[in-house]
Design a binder for this molecule. Structure first.
Ligand SMILES: *Cc1c(COP(=O)(O)O)cnc(C)c1O
Length: 426
């Protein structure tokens, strides 16, 4: 009995917060302050020595509060609570998912380095990798969903830049197709190309699954990244990001965050603390509803195919990866409608309960058209390779009753007029 270990969902109301430091308030107040008063000049000096890495922390010494760009109680408590889900040493929270991603890429990639990344990735990440990184001399090599670690190993060797490989970046499941990447085998690939002077890092954007249904650090990844705007925030009312990993990599991420100044605000951190209390019940309900909706769509005569992790054929490689690294099929469904953009838009324009908007992971269900919306900026040839087509609709399932969502999708699909020859030649 003595060593009982609480589950993360049981600790989301209390972990890292001491009521006695805040007049006994049961909830953590918002520390809306830019700076913190030192007790003595000696204390201020000691805090700066640690913050600027001038000396190592003594045992039991904590980094004291200095200035809200460096640290703030709302940020620290949020980071401590996020660490529980991914069993990470440390976490850094950011003002957006993109600032978390771009800070990690900027910290660990230098001119001349090679970045290997999986396709497809979130549209903003795709832009940063393919347009910004090459402009500062970083070489990028994209991997297609069907290319496994063996194939990629040969591609890296053939590139002539194997000795410059600095990072393998994965997004799995991929937005918007739900394609899976084997985190363990790509982490082993990074180890294969590492030397004693140069460790090749692996980073995983876990926004689609996390922090509940997939834990990339357990499969060998060095860094986990989130758009906390999505499931972690969960109410479509804020923008935020997070990065987690071991002490060493997170020390570097936090130093760059201090100097870029792209940390989250105390107010947004407080909203996320509130969101975390219901994270598990929201996500449990979302995946339950998504499984019912996906099963319904999969049998609909106007739908050609459904990409959903709960519907993977059991003899497929994707299913093998799913069983290895995911604990639930999630709540993101991509359906391909018979026809094309016209038919897809008819569905989107006729939905009543499901809202037509980008983003995902919130309490309300959302639908969008990746080809002309979130992934509009991706190179058209690349889009073809990734199967992002005009017939694709992406759904994010919220916490509504599945029956109501099915009713809504059913009535919207009824409005679609598919002409005979269109189906025959699509
Ligand atoms: C939304 C999203 C991002 C970007 O996050 P923001 O919070 O919008 O900056 C990155 N990756 C994935 C998979 C996303 O869905």
């Amino acid at each position: 009995m003595k060593n009982h270990k609480f589950n993360p969902e049981s600790l989301m109301m209390s972990h890292g917060y001491k009521p006695e430091l805040s007049e006994g308030a049961i909830k953590c107040p918002i520390f809306q302050t830019s700076t913190f008063v030192f007790k003595t000049a000696e204390e201020g000096k000691a805090f700066f020595e640690i913050a600027y890495g001038l000396r190592k922390k003594d045992e039991n010494e904590e980094l004291g509060l200095i200035y809200s760009r460096i640290n703030n109680p709302n940020l620290e408590i949020l980071e401590n609570r996020l660490c529980l889900w991914d069993k990470a040493d440390d976490c850094a929270v950011f003002e957006s998912g993109m600032s978390a991603i771009s800070t990690v890429l900027l910290e660990f990639l230098k001119p001349g380095d090679l970045l290997v990344y999986s396709n497809p990735v979130y549209g903003g990440t795709d832009h940063f990798i393919n347009h910004f990184l090459p402009s500062i001399g970083v070489h990028v090599l994209g991997v297609q969903p069907n290319q496994n670690a063996e194939v990629v190993k040969a591609m890296i060797e053939k590139s002539g830049k194997a000795d410059k490989l600095a990072m393998i970046y994965m997004e799995t499941p991929a937005n918007p197709t739900n394609d899976l990447i084997d985190i363990e085998s790509f982490s082993n690939l990074a180890k294969h190309f590492s030397t004693s002077e140069r460790k090749v890092l692996t980073a995983v954007d876990n926004t689609y699954m996390g922090p509940l249904w997939q834990h990339p650090l357990e499969h060998g990844a060095d860094l986990v990244l989130y758009s906390a705007t999505k499931y972690i925030g969960g109410h479509s009312d804020l923008i935020a990001g997070a990065v987690l990993g071991n002490q060493e990599v997170m020390g570097r991420v936090k130093v760059l965050r201090t100097f870029l100044g792209n940390m989250i605000s105390p107010n947004t951190a407080w909203l996320l603390l509130r969101s975390l209390e219901t994270l598990k019940i929201r996500m449990d309900q979302q995946t339950k509803g998504a499984q019912e909706v996906a099963a319904y769509l999969n049998n609909h005569p106007k739908i050609e195919s459904v990409n959903y992790l709960g519907l993977l054929p059991e003899d497929s490689e994707q299913y093998r990866i799913y069983k290895k690294q995911c604990s639930a099929p999630g709540a993101m469904i991509t359906m391909n409608i018979k026809g094309g953009e016209k038919e897809a838009f008819q569905v989107l324009n006729n939905l009543k309960l499901v809202k037509l908007a980008v983003s995902l992971g919130g309490t309300e269900s959302l639908a969008q058209h990746p080809n002309t919306m979130t992934h509009a900026g991706v190179d058209p040839e690349q889009k073809k390779l990734m199967n992002i087509t005009s017939k694709m609709i992406r759904l994010s399932i919220g916490v509504e009753a599945a029956k109501d969502l099915i009713w809504d999708l059913s009535q919207a699909l009824d409005k679609v007029t598919i002409e005979e020859n269109e189906v025959a030649y699509s």
